[in-house]
Design a protein around this ligand. Structure first.
Ligand code: NDP
Length: 279
């Protein structure tokens, strides 16, 4: 059997077209500010993509590039200015931050109604109690990808590999909200394949190339590969696509799977934040 490829790029383009349509009549324009500290090439690439996406939908966008050695106080002051700025409806701080900066403190300083990444304790807490408002973009995108397959989530066994605050934990909560029985795996899970083989829906968000091979996947499963890894100068996920696609029912490619959905959901979150601020 050959798996159906879930075309994240296409779904993201459709979402982006819809966002553009909705925002075309809005004045002022929804505004997104992205802050990046340092010059990590991967992070710079991500923020440029976000800036380009904002231009595509005619959002007002601001990119703030701060030096690697910027003080925590200066960064917090920058966020405070954006919190007060009426042209800005969403604020995103590209992670990771340099070691001398307290990441938690920085995220907590973003006003929850402008927290389009959904990482502040208020938005995370809302998600925990099922009051979904600004939900992190990657998990939101993953849910849309799963829903696009037509496979019913309710009653299924979903296995999530990875327990980070930005992907693993929130996607587990969303899957549980939709009626899945969720198992969470992480670096201490042994043996990993015991769990992954039981998954009707398998989400891998680890960051290790070829961690999951076809022999670790249940026949017909929906496989969502969140990982972004560089292997021999090629971008690959956590899942060994070649062997996995002979077993899975549906599978996301890397690239053009989860990545474009993260950006489209970020735009949706910015539009949502805008609407909430213009009620
Ligand atoms: P983190 O490094 O924060 O978390 C990785 C998780 O994987 C941890 O929970 C860790 O366990 C677990 N883990 C590590 N090794 C193993 C293993 N051998 N078996 C099982 N679990 C393991 O990563 P993120 O969640 O931030 O990102 C994960 C991947 O997704 C990365 O490749 C990242 O680049 C990508 N990503 C992609 C996005 C997209 O838009 N496509 C968006 C965000 C992330 P433990 O907690 O025990 O350490």
């Amino acid at each position: 059997m050959s798996a159906t490829i879930i075309d994240g790029q296409k779904i993201a383009e459709e979402m982006t077209a819809q966002i553009k349509k909705e925002s075309s009549s809005l004045l002022p324009k929804p505004g997104l500010a992205v802050i990046i500290v340092g010059k990590d090439p991967a992070s710079l690439l991500y923020v440029k993509k976000k800036e380009k996406a904002c231009q595509q939908v005619a959002f007002y966008s601001v990119l703030i590039e701060l030096p690697e050695d910027v003080s925590e106080l200066k960064l917090l002051n920058q966020i405070d200015a954006l919190n007060q700025n009426k042209k800005i409806h969403g604020i995103l701080v590209q992670l990771p931050l340099p070691a001398h900066i307290n990441e938690r403190l920085v995220i907590d300083s973003i006003y929850p109604n402008k927290d389009v990444d959904g990482f502040t304790p208020i938005n995370m807490g809302n998600l925990l109690v099922g009051d979904n408002r600004l939900v992190p973009s990657t998990p939101r995108g993953i849910m849309k990808l799963i829903e696009s397959t037509g496979v019913h989530i309710s009653g299924k066994h979903a296995v999530v590999v990875g327990r980070s605050n930005i992907v693993g934990k929130p996607i587990s909560l969303l899957l549980q909200q939709h009626g899945a029985t969720v198992t969470m795996c992480h670096s201490r899970t042994h043996p990993l394949e015991y769990y992954t083989k039981q998954a009707d829906i398998l989400v891998s968000a680890v960051g290790k190339p070829k961690l999951i091979s076809g022999s670790m996947i249940k026949k017909g499963a929906v496989v969502i590969d969140v990982g972004i890894n560089s292997l021999n100068n090629t971008l690959v996920g956590d899942v060994d696509f070649e062997s996995a696609s002979t077993v899975a029912g549906f599978i996301t490619p890397v690239p053009k799977g989860v990545g474009p959905m993260t950006i489209a959901c970020l735009l949706e979150n910015t539009l949502y934040a805008y609407r909430q601020q213009h009620l």
